[in-house]
Ligand binder design. Structure first.
Ligand SMILES: [Zn+2]
Length: 322
């Protein structure tokens, strides 16, 4: 669905809600737009491997850098396919997230891929002499640094402040700050690490259930090893055109490589070469059965939709064979 359409529909619903003096827009699931988002959709990274580097590598901040690396692994990475790579000193041409350190309000200069290659695109505070001095206390420092890092990396993934949403409570909207999202992935979430109104500051650095849902909507669930599909599979391809009978296909999968043969009931055969990603999504799965019949499969290995230039659309599934 196009983002502007979703926004228009949401706006229309809001007007309706106000008109009818219905109070809790956010609490009535039937009034939520089907494709709500919390981020700025144009800033989703096109890759799930996002480089991260430090503008400076002060030797006395080694522990603080490690805290950041650790908590990002335990939150955004653990719950999705996103991997933040590198974490060394910034090469001059780095196109990833470039983190600077300063004793100022931690922030990002934009959302998501807007940070790509931006010098000091994210600023974290390891000092806390001028800004938030209570975080300088020895028993608070690790908590503050990790908590803030989770929030700022949320911005780096393209997520805006939850309190900026049109459906946040009035008292909470007073906290509006920074770039707003243009699409709402989940219902308004008081527990979000991106919400200033969260009764726990930064959600104590723990992603809420809806944070995880939004994260996975954009960046996928945690990836599994690609080789879990290794072996022989048999597929059935069914066409919506009743004049086309189901074709069968046998493939061998090794890592991300798929190869095999497709056979039609009347004895024609065609070879298959395709790929698959770590999440089991087919890549480039096309079979040219005849010069004018190209069959394309889209979806997971186990099931999905297909399109044939000869037989129209349909569906397929693969099952393991002994
Ligand atoms: Zn923020």
């Amino acid at each position: 669905m196009m983002a502007p359409l979703a926004v228009t529909r949401c706006a229309a619903l809001l007007v309706l809600v106000v008109f009818n003096a219905v109070i809790a827009f956010a609490q009535n699931p039937s009034l939520q737009c089907p494709d709500q988002l919390v981020g700025l959709k144009s800033t989703i990274w096109k890759t799930i491997e996002i480089p991260v580097c430090w503008e400076t590598m002060e030797p006395n901040y080694g522990t603080e850098r490690q805290w950041v690396r650790q908590v990002i692994g335990e939150t955004w990475e653990k719950n999705s396919s996103v991997r933040f790579t590198g974490w060394g000193a910034c090469p001059s041409n780095s196109r990833g997230i470039r983190i600077g350190i300063g004793d100022i309000n931690p922030h990002t200069k934009g959302l998501g891929s807007q940070l790509a290659g931006s010098a000091n695109g994210m600023v974290l505070n390891f000092v806390f002499q001028r800004w938030s001095p209570n975080c300088a206390e020895p028993n608070r420092k690790e908590y503050c640094i990790k908590n803030i890092a989770v929030h700022e990396f949320g911005h780096a993934l393209g997520f805006a402040h939850e309190q900026n949403r049109a459906d946040s409570p009035d008292w909470c909207q007073a906290e509006k700050q920074g770039t707003s999202g243009d699409v709402y992935i989940t219902p308004f979430d008081m527990q979000s690490v991106m919400n200033y109104c969260n009764p726990k500051w930064g959600g104590d650095g723990n992603l809420s259930a809806l944070d995880v849902k939004g994260l996975q909507a954009w960046y996928g669930k945690p990836s599994q090893p690609a080789n879990r599909y290794d072996g022989r599979w048999k597929g059935t391809m069914t066409y919506s055109d009743p004049g086309c009978v189901a074709d069968s296909i046998e493939v061998n999968i090794s890592g991300s490589n798929i190869s095999g043969t497709m056979a039609t009931p009347d004895g024609r055969r065609a070879s298959v070469q395709a790929g698959m990603d770590e999440a089991g999504q087919l890549k480039g799965f096309q079979v040219r059965l005849t010069p004018k019949d190209l069959i394309t499969l889209r979806g997971n290995l186990t099931e999905g939709t297909l399109n044939s230039t000869d037989c129209g659309c349909g569906s397929y599934n693969f099952r393991r064979t002994p």
